[in-house]
Design a protein around this ligand. Structure first.
Ligand SMILES: Cc1ncc(COP(=O)(O)O)c(C=O)c1O
Length: 394
């Protein structure tokens, strides 16, 4: 029977990773997959995480099931990290999830029940996996314009005009910070306008928070989510610990639901528990337990914040250096926007042919839409990279 299955196209980013590994050139540059990398191209385990893991190994005394919702202490920590210590936690509930991806999926499965006729509006462009996740959950998606490629900035008018046509109770997926793939974020005034529109049209905000701490800082990056939670009766957040704690393969994240009041919040969490139970039963423990230890221990927490801040600052420095090199090489301010965008990604205004030439002739790897992973920029050889990019622009 398997012969009847359609061929599955390999994931383009995973295929690009393999091509990069197989490339024998020693001066190759990897700007592809969305993983933080240090100067040497490694994705190290954070020292705070290592120490927490050691502690966990020494103190954990059971491997008994944790239950569908996962670790309560972990959820309490994440809730505070996302919504702040002054949030009205009586109307917020949290379930541990298998990374941010798992959170996106279980929340969508639940929203299918609460919003059976809703469309899910997704920014154009967005993280390609969104389409896969939402299709698998069986929800209809619609694009809203997000990026003005000609000016390398948010197309805020296009976004608002399109969302004004959304139906009552439709769902809007919003990148809470560090938009993937563009690096172009809304400012607070724009967030306020989106929040007002959601209130007016009873739209349900669904935040994807995969990069908290990579933009302007841990607290600053949560500003939009907090603004919406204060202004709107209901919303959801899919949070990931993959990037800001470097826990990628440990599959650690959280699904957070904000309800009108405590009783509704309990009811929603109960349904989420049913979705989880019928899917993978319960989440893995290691990453969540480690995260909680990092959050709860004052010293580990301070160490983690310092390490996170170092990653953030390094990406900012790389952005500035790259923009400067591009300015010199192109004799224009066309690439200045890179310096002021946020998070791990920006998009270069390159077509498929130029991207192919960079890969084939210069060993510079990036995904097909021109998205670059800022953490992969070569800090000691920015000028060679800029020169190669400038050469394909001519
Ligand atoms: C926008 C966005 N959302 C969610 C995720 C999910 O991350 P994970 O499932 O690895 O925690 C990612 C990962 O790259 C992402 O870029």
């Amino acid at each position: 029977m398997f012969e009847a299955l359609p061929e599955s196209k390999p994931d383009t980013i995973l295929a690009l990773m393999q091509e990069f590994r197989d490339d024998p050139r020693t001066d190759k540059v990897d700007l592809g997959p969305g993983i933080y990398k240090d100067k040497h191209g490694n994705t190290p385990i954070l020292a705070a995480v290592k120490q927490a893991e050691k502690k966990l190994l020494e103190t954990q005394d059971t491997k008994a099931y944790v239950g569908p919702i996962g670790s309560r202490p972990f959820c309490d920590s994440i809730l505070k990290q996302i919504f702040g210590t002054n949030a009205d936690a009586s109307r917020i509930r949290c379930a541990q999830s298998t990374g941010g991806t798992g959170a996106l999926r279980i929340i969508t499965d639940m929203l299918k029940e609460t919003h059976p006729d809703a469309a899910l509006w997704v920014s154009d462009p967005t993280w390609p996996n969104h389409a896969l996740i939402f299709r698998a959950a069986g929800i209809e998606t619609k694009p809203y314009p997000y990026y003005d490629a000609a000016n390398s900035e948010v197309d805020f008018n296009g976004m608002m005009e399109t969302l004004k046509n959304a139906k009552d109770k439709d769902i809007v997926l919003l990148h809470g910070c560090c938009h993937n793939p563009t690096g172009a974020d809304l400012n607070l005034d724009q967030w306020k306008q989106v929040s007002d529109l959601c209130a007016q049209k009873s739209l349900f905000p669904f935040f994807d928070m995969a990069y908290q701490g990579f933009g302007d800082g841990l607290e600053e990056d949560a500003a939009a989510v907090r603004l919406f939670a204060d202004a709107l009766p209901e919303m959801a957040v899919a949070a990931s610990c993959s990037k800001n704690l470097g826990l990628y393969r440990e599959r650690t994240g959280a699904a957070l639901l904000v309800a009108k009041h405590s009783a509704d919040a309990d009811r929603a969490l109960g349904r989420l528990g049913v979705v989880i139970r019928s899917n993978y039963s319960m989440p893995p423990d290691h990453g969540a337990n480690t995260t909680h230890l990092v959050m709860a221990d004052e010293k580990l927490n301070a160490l983690w914040r310092e390490e996170l801040e170092q990653m953030r600052q390094r990406m900012m420095r790389l952005r500035i250096a790259f923009a400067e090199s591009m300015r010199k090489r192109t004799n224009s301010d066309r690439f200045d926007y890179i310096a002021s965008q946020k998070g791990m990604f920006s998009r270069l205004p390159l077509n498929a042919e130029q991207i192919g030439t960079l890969r084939e002739q210069h060993g510079i790897y990036m995904v097909g839409d021109g998205r670059i992973n800022v953490a992969g920029l070569p800090e000691d050889d920015m000028d060679s990279l800029a020169e190669a990019i400038a050469s394909v622009l001519q």
